[in-house]
Design a protein around this ligand. Structure first.
Ligand code: ADP
Ligand code: MG
Length: 286
């Protein structure tokens, strides 16, 4: 039977926006050795905005118009940023057909009769030359921007730079975990240069350029027990693989369903509070 102290700790957590799915989950979270965080929507607010658009022999508005068409069917945070920017610029976005995501790499669709792509630079570079964009890509990534390339089957058409901000409590939460003797790592599909720039204010390990299956492999290799904190539909397998899966509250239902615990108020500090609640409760029982 579940001790009364656990039941009352679970209710106390719920009142503070820390949803724990049962006594086993509450016990486990206090014993984790490593917390792995998803980047977008977990350590960052998850609302990237387009900050720059560049066309290669093409007006910027044309780059934004085509990119928005390709992104119109995608639910990725970057996609919403691009379609929002096109709407804010008053552009009429053409219809796209055959839209298809390439997970961790980009998205493609047929627009005005031809295939058009919005791709991560490394993926784009495997398909078309990026001549004339290289320096911009490096500079933008080094300052924490995520760059995506607009291209067709034969050439690059331009680039878009997007920026997402760290959550206000990310640095203090990572520091507090460290003070509790818990290691932290950021896992992201974004490229290494952008990831390190975004994580610079945090004292956290960074693993970048990851495909969803890479994240699972890395979680399995971290000093355990491991907690994984994520928000997205694409984080569900990682949440399931970790010893403790923690969903950021504003996230998708899939993440919430898969997780052992959820932070309903989308504060990174909630992870620290969960650990504290667990340790206090288990300390009282023993
Ligand atoms: P994260 O791990 O940060 O959630 P993802 O695995 O979703 O990142 O995406 C990794 C990279 O793939 C993005 O940084 C971007 O370069 C590219 N990408 C994925 N989906 C899209 C999209 N809809 N539009 C543009 N780029 C995308
Ligand atoms: Mg995410």
């Amino acid at each position: 039977s579940v001790p009364a102290a656990v039941t009352s700790a679970v209710s106390a957590g719920t009142r503070r926006g820390l949803l724990v799915k049962g006594g086993a989950a509450l016990e486990a979270v206090g014993g984790v050795k490593t917390v792995a965080f998803d980047k977008t929507g977990t350590l960052t607010a998850g609302h990237p905005a387009v900050t720059q658009v560049r066309g290669l022999e093409l007006p910027e508005s044309e780059v934004l118009r085509l990119a928005a068409a390709v992104e119109s069917g995608s639910s990725h945070p970057l996609a919403r940023a691009v379609t929002d920017a096109a709407r804010a610029a008053g552009l009429t976005v053409p219809a796209a057909t055959d839209a298809r995501a390439v997970p961790g790499r980009g998205v493609t669709a047929t627009v005005e009769g031809r295939p058009v792509y919005v791709s991560a630079p490394t993926h784009a570079a495997s398909l078309v030359p990026l001549t004339g964009l290289d320096d911009d890509i490096t500079d933008l990534e080094a300052t924490g921007h995520t760059v995506v390339i607009l291209h067709d089957d034969t050439r690059a058409l331009g680039l878009l730079a997007l920026r997402d901000e760290l959550r206000g409590d990310a640095a203090s939460a990572v520091a507090a975990l460290r003070a509790l003797g818990i290691g932290t790592v950021m896992l992201t599909g974004d490229n290494a240069r952008t990831a390190h720039a975004v994580a610079a204010p945090l004292d956290i390990d960074v693993r970048a350029g990851l495909l969803p299956e890479d994240k699972l492999r890395i979680i399995a290799g971290l000093p355990g027990p491991v907690a994984m904190v994520g928000d997205g539909i694409n984080d569900a397998p990682a949440l399931a693989r970790a010893d403790v899966g923690i969903a950021m509250g504003g996230g998708t239902n899939v993440a919430l369903e898969t997780a052992d615990a959820a932070l309903l108020r989308s504060r990174v500090q909630g992870v620290v509070e969960l650990v504290g609640l667990s340790r206090a409760t288990m300390g009282n029982i023993r």
